[in-house]
Design a binder for this molecule. Structure first.
Ligand code: HEM
Length: 511
C-alpha cells in the first residue's frame, strides 16, 4: 500500500499536499477568524460593562432586562460596573448612564434626539413612526413636535390652571362614584380621572366617560411597557401577545370614535375659530395633506394618555407622602392659606407657591414616576472621554442620578433637598433639550392647581399601614401601582375651614 501510494503514477504528490492543507487550514482559519471576532468585539468598547464572552454576554444582559425589568436591570448594571456602563439589548450596544455630566451632554445635543425600542413592539402599539413619544423617524418627529409644544404652552398653559381647579372641584363633589363598599376612595383612579378630564377639556373637547377610558389607558400602558424591549422572536408567537393586542385595539378604537365625533362637530360649528384646539389643528393639517389619519389618531391618543399615565401617579405619590409627613403638609397649608385663601387658585398664584413647588420637586426626586429616558446616538460622539458610535442605544438613569449627586439628604424625603437652588444638570425629572418632555411646564402648573384645590378641601389619611414602602415597584419605565387595591385607598376628610386644621380633627367623614 505504501509503495502504491508513493508511486507517482498512482498518486499526485501536489494534490495530496494541497488537499491535506485545505482540510486543516479551513477549520484553523475559521477558529482564528472567530477568535478575532471575539477579540474585536471585546475591544470595540472601552466602556466598562459585562464581558462579551463569545456572545453569551449579550444574551445574559438582554435576559436580565426581561427577567428583572428595565429599571432594576439598569440599577443593577450601574451598581456593578459604574455610572457609565455598556450592556446589550437585542444584541445592540446599549449604554446605561447615571452620571449628571454625561446625562446633560446627551439631553442637550440634537444628535441624541431619537429613542430606541423594538420596532415590532412599537409597530404593535402604533408608535412606530407615528405620534411623538417614541417616534424614531427624526424628520417625521420634527413635524409633529410643534403641534405638541404649541398646545402645551402659551394660552393653553394659562387656561389649564382654571380647568384643573374646576375639574378637581367637580370630581370632589361626586366622590361617591369613586368610593368603594368600605367607604374608601381609590385615590389613584381619582387622579387619573381628573387628569384625563382636564386633558380632554383642553386638547379634544368631546364629552367622554372617564372611568372606562382610564382603564383602557392603563391596559395600553401595560402593553407598551411589556413590548418595548421584547426580542423579535417574541412577536412570532401570537399567544404571547394576544392580551396586549386587545388592550391596544380597545384604546385605539375609543380614540378613533372620539376623533370622528370631533370631525363631525367641526363640520357643523358656526365659528370655527372658537373650536381651535390641539385635535382640530391636527385635523386641519390632515385635511391639508400634511399628516396621515393614522398619525392624527396616534397624536391625540398620546396627548390624552400623557397626564393619566405620569402626572396622576406623581400626584398620587404626593398624597401618600403628605400622609407620611404632616409637618410638610402644615407648611404647605400655611402657604396656600396666605397665597390663595378661600378663593380658587389662579395664574398669579403659581409663582408664589414656593413651598408647594419644592414639595412637588422633592416628591418627583424621591419617588419618581419616570426614572429612565431612552435615547439613540444619531452620529459618532465622545461623552466624558468614552467614544460612542452612531446607532448606540442609550438609557439615561435619571432616577438613580437624583439620588447620587448634589442633594444633601439623597435617600430621605426632605424639603431641605430643595432649600438651596439646584443646578439644572443635577435634577431633570422631565429631561430637557430638543427631545425633553413637551409637557414639562404645563405639568408643573397642573400639579400645583390640582394639589392646592384638593388640599384646600380635604385632609388626607391613608388606610393604616399603607405608605410608599408598600407600593409594589414594577421596576419598569415607571412605577405603576395598580396591583394592590388596599394600598391605593385613602380617606378624605373635608376641611370645612382652614383654621380647623390647626384646631384639631374636623369631625371625620369617611367618603
Ligand atoms: C409628572 C409628569 C410628567 C413627567 C415626570 C414627565 C416626564 C417625561 C420624560 C422624562 C420624558 C422624556 C424626556 C427626554 O427624553 O429627555 C417625557 C417625554 C414627553 N412628555 Fe412628559 N412627563 C410628564 C407629564 C407630561 C404631560 C402632562 C404631557 C402632556 C400632556 C407630557 C408630554 C410628553 C411628551 C409629548 C413627551 C415626548 C417628547 C418627545 O419625544 O419629543 N408629559 N416626559
Amino acid at each position: 500500500l505504501v509503495l502504491t501510494s508513493l508511486d507517482p503514477m498512482h498518486y499526485n504528490l501536489t494534490n495530496v499536499v494541497s488537499e491535506t492543507l485545505s482540510a486543516v487550514t479551513l477549520p484553523i482559519l475559521l477558529l482564528v477568524g472567530f477568535l478575532f471576532l471575539i477579540w474585536t468585539c471585546e475591544a470595540t468598547s472601552s466602556v466598562p460593562g459585562p464581558s462579551y464572552c463569545m456572545g453569551l454576554g449579550p444574551l445574559i444582559s438582554h435576559g436580565r432586562f426581561i427577567w428583572m425589568g428595565v429599571g432594576s436591570a439598569c440599577n443593577y448594571y450601574n451598581k456593578m460596573y459604574g455610572e457609565f456602563t455598556r450592556v446589550w439589548i437585542s444584541g445592540e450596544e446599549t449604554l446605561i448612564i447615571s452620571k449628571s455630566s454625561s446625562i446633560s451632554h446627551v439631553m442637550k445635543h440634537g444628535h441624541y434626539a431619537s429613542r430606541f425600542g423594538s420596532k415590532f413592539g412599537l409597530k404593535f402599539i402604533g408608535m412606530h413612526e407615528n405620534g411623538i413619544i417614541f417616534n424614531n423617524n427624526p424628520a417625521l418627529w420634527k413635524e409633529i413636535r410643534p403641534f405638541f409644544t404649541k398646545a402645551l404652552s402659551g394660552p393653553g398653559l394659562a387656561q389649564m390652571i382654571t380647568i384643573c381647579a374646576e375639574s378637581t372641584n367637580e370630581h370632589l363633589d361626586q366622590l361617591d362614584e369613586l368610593t368603594n363598599e368600605l367607604g374608601c376612595i381609590n385615590c389613584l383612579n381619582l387622579m387619573r380621572c381628573i387628569t384625563l378630564d382636564a386633558s380632554n377639556r383642553l386638547f379634544l373637547g368631546i364629552p367622554l366617560d372617564e372611568k372606562p377610558i382610564v382603564l383602557k389607558i392603563q391596559n395600553y400602558f401595560d402593553a407598551w411597557q411589556a413590548l418595548l424591549l421584547k426580542p423579535d422572536i417574541f412577536f412570532k408567537l401570537s399567544c404571547l401577545y394576544k392580551k396586549h393586542e386587545k388592550s391596544v385595539k380597545d384604546l385605539k378604537t375609543t380614540i378613533e370614535v372620539l376623533i370622528e365625533q370631533k370631525r363631525q362637530k367641526l363640520s357643523t360649528v358656526e365659528k370655527l375659530e372658537e373650536h381651535v384646539d390641539f385635535t382640530s389643528q391636527l385635523i386641519f393639517a390632515q385635511n391639508r395633506g400634511e399628516l396621515t389619519g393614522e398619525n392624527v389618531n396616534q397624536c391625540v391618543l398620546e396627548m390624552l394618555i400623557a397626564a393619566p399615565d405620569t402626572l396622576s401617579v406623581t400626584l398620587f405619590f404626593m398624597l401618600v407622602l403628605i400622609t407620611e409627613h404632616p409637618q410638610v403638609e402644615e407648611k404647605m397649608m400655611e402657604e396656600i392659606q396666605a397665597v390663595v385663601g378661600d378663593r380658587n387658585i389662579q395664574s398669579d398664584d403659581i409663582p408664589k407657591l414656593k413651598v408647594t413647588e419644592n414639595f412637588i420637586l422633592e416628591s418627583m426626586r424621591y419617588q419618581p414616576v419616570v426614572d429612565l429616558v431612552m435615547r439613540k446616538a444619531l452620529q459618532d460622539d465622545v461623552i466624558d472621554g468614552y467614544s460612542v458610535k452612531k446607532g448606540t442605544n442609550i438609557i439615561l438613569n435619571i432616577g438613580r442620578m437624583h439620588k447620587l449627586e448634589f442633594f444633601p439628604k439623597p435617600n430621605e424625603f426632605s424639603l431641605d433637598n430643595f432649600e438651596k437652588s439646584v443646578p439644572h444638570r443635577y435634577f431633570q425629572p422631565f429631561g430637557f433639550g430638543p427631545r425633553g418632555c413637551a409637557g414639562k411646564f404645563i405639568s408643573m402648573v397642573m400639579m400645583k392647581a390640582i394639589l392646592v384645590t384638593l388640599l384646600k378641601r380635604c385632609n388626607i389619611q391613608s388606610i393604616k399601614g399603607n405608605g410608599l414602602n408598600n407600593i409594589p415597584k414594577n421596576n419598569d419605565l415607571s412605577l405603576h401601582p395598580n396591583e394592590r387595591q388596599s394600598v391605593l385607598d385613602m380617606i378624605f376628610t373635608p376641611r370645612t375651614k382652614m383654621n380647623e386644621i390647626a384646631g384639631g380633627a374636623p369631625g371625620h367623614l369617611i367618603i
